[in-house]
Ligand binder design. Structure first.
Ligand code: NZQ
Ligand code: ZN
Length: 384
């Protein structure tokens, strides 16, 4: 087992109607609130109105910044931070999925430090002051509600990656699975694939960590059992709750303890697809992860054997990869570049961007080089 620090300060309020205490909670942290959300889903699922009512009842001053796009960009973080500074807000409340919450985290740093979002992402800011961040989660997927990571993209520089800082853990996260009952089938499937990918990224990290392995396996089983049922009962509260909690745990640190790092090469590669084609995050992962596993078989075979044995009672490496691929397909997710309308003609630009951004992963034992990256894109184009 590798040395590690376990730290997760986010206070989670989980279950039906938990937003009922949001106003009181927020009032204890400040008077002026910047309310951040996406392109409108929160207006239709009740989460925006419930949050607004709570803030109003607590007598707080509210400034709104809406319109954060999926695969969020630094421009929104900068614009929202400017507005927040002008209104002298004391804290940031995000209502939505990972895109709104990630943006809120960077906004909170930019206001606290009076700096630009891209400088934060690049690690050029010595962060001392971050405004408190409150999340009201409406979509189970990223675990942003319970971690210190923000993933933003810069379209000019053609870069998308995650940045983490301990001050970016939400202080409170309100997780009422009811709000996620309106998530359409497409994004429900994406969320399930994303959470599985997070458990896998940690599973393929560096360091023997048997308990973390079991947590990861449990999370994957939870998603593989609950996911298909949820896809046929999208408004079922208990299934939404099951998947929401699994997603938070997949990337809140619990599957990482005892490892020097996770792998996250599949995520890095997926981010290049989002940069180039605005591919939804998990739709990129359902293509990159099977391709990465196939290519990495000689290096990660022993891990795939363990995973297959534990999950499916079958040590066959091939069968395990196949089972993940089939599962992703059953979640209506693409597993080849062709499934998102690309072909061999796109090979060059994908590989070039992957090389430019040095997508190598974080596991020092399995870093990718140029040859690996080319071979993985070949796999992403293999006939299905
Ligand atoms: O924009 P609105 O109108 O709100 O609609 C959103 C969006 O279109 C919609 N939605 C959210 N809640 C809904 C809903 N629709 C109906 N009912 C609801 N209750 O769903 C769409 C996707 O939302 P988004 O927030 O983009 O999804 P997700 O939570 O999957 O976040 C994806 C972003 O997070 C990053 C990804 O790269 C991507 O940019 N990630 C963040 C991580 C982290 N902070 O730890 C780790 C991840 O690996 C990931 O990279
Ligand atoms: Zn992810």
């Amino acid at each position: 087992m590798e040395n590690f620090i376990a730290y997760n300060p986010t206070k989670v309020h989980f279950g039906k109607d938990v937003v009922g205490t949001l106003g009181k909670t927020v009032a204890g942290l400040g008077k002026r609130v910047l309310l951040v959300y996406g392109k409108g889903s929160v207006l239709r699922n009740g989460s925006y109105q419930d949050t607004l009512d709570q803030l109003d009842e607590a007598g707080l001053e509210i400034t709104e910044y809406g319109g954060i796009k999926p695969n969020p960009v630094i421009e929104d973080a900068d614009a929202a931070a400017r507005l927040g500074k002008e209104k002298q807000v004391d804290l940031v409340v995000a209502v939505g999925g990972g895109s709104a919450i990630d943006t809120a985290k960077v906004i909170a740093v930019c206001i606290g430090e009076d700096c630009k979002a891209w400088d934060v992402m690049k690690g050029r800011v010595d962060i001392k002051k971050t405004l408190p961040i409150i999340a009201v989660l409406t979509l189970a997927a990223t675990a942003s509600e319970m971690n210190s990571i923000a993933v933003l993209q810069n379209d000019q520089e053609k870069e998308k990656f995650g940045y983490r800082h301990p001050s970016m853990f939400p202080t409170h996260s309100f997780m009422d699975p009811t709000y996620s009952c309106t998530v359409p089938p497409e994004h429900t499937g994406y969320g399930i694939v994303d959470l599985i990918a997070h458990a896998l990224e940690n599973y393929f990290g560096m360091g023997e960590a048997s308990l973390s392995d079991r947590f990861a396996e449990g999370i994957i089983l939870e998603a593989m059992e609950g996911g298909p049922e949820l896809m046929s009962k999208l408004e079922n509260y208990d299934l939404r709750a099951k998947i929401m909690w699994a997603a938070s745990n997949a990337l809140n640190g619990i599957t990482a303890s005892g490892r020097a790092s996770g792998d996250f090469a599949s995520h890095a590669i997926g981010h290049q697809l989002s940069l180039l084609y605005d591919t939804p995050h998990a739709a990129s992962l359902s293509i990159t992860f099977p391709a990465w596993m196939k290519h990495m078989k000689p290096r990660i075979g022993h891990r795939l054997e363990k995973l297959g044995t534990r999950l499916f009672g079958d040590p066959s490496i091939e069968n395990t990869i196949k089972r993940f691929e089939e599962f992703f397909k059953s979640m209506n997710c693409p597993v080849r570049l062709q499934d998102i309308g690309l072909d061999q003609a796109n090979w060059e630009e994908i590989v070039t961007l992957m090389n430019k951004n040095n997508c190598q992963g974080k596991n020092p034992e399995n870093l990718l080089n140029d040859q690996d990256r080319s071979a993985i894109v070949d796999r992403m184009l293999e006939p299905n």
